[in-house]
Design a protein around this ligand. Sequence first.
Ligand code: E4P
Length: 203
Amino acid sequence: MKFFIDTANIEEIKKAVAWGLVDGATTNPSLIAKEGRDFKQVVLEICGLVNGPVSAEVISAEAEQMVVEAKDLAAWHENVIIKAPCTIEGLKAVKKLESLGIKTNVTLVFSANQVLCAAKAGASYISPFVGRLDDAGEDGLKMIEESMRIIKNYGYKSEIIVASIRSPLTVSKAAELGAHVATIPFKIMEQLVKHPLTDVGIK
Ligand code: E4P
């Protein structure tokens, strides 16, 4: 399973990269805004630290504009991949971008049918949001199970990124289901390695 770090905080990324656990990074407009810094500057710094895909999200609502935005973002650094929402316009943009050789990550995915449509559009990555579904009283991991079955049934090239992770248990459960990637907040990545009995044993 690949681990992406789900943050735009440079200090957190530096620490997690030093642990040797980071295969990529995901940002979104809220995570960038939290840092109160320039979007391009932050993305470029992350690309300099992470040896793998770094998701940067487009904010236009219409496909043509998304493609214009995405081409600009992708030109910033070879690690940048384009996050676009799972809407009809978003998937139109994804199809175009993938045909141009620009990798995409379809985000804000909350159903198995959205996974199917994003895979058909040719997305390199698809991000079902487990935590937000759980928050809404649904079963987020069930969607990961369904997603993996859909991808395998048809041999789609898309990789499933388990997103919106709220607990370490989600990571191991998603790994059991064979999810390709988990994008993990810093605090939870730290928790993955820890167990109280390990600390007791050391003492
Ligand atoms: C990652 O790509 C997502 O933007 C992120 O995991 C969303 O997490 P949240 O539901 O905690 O905002």
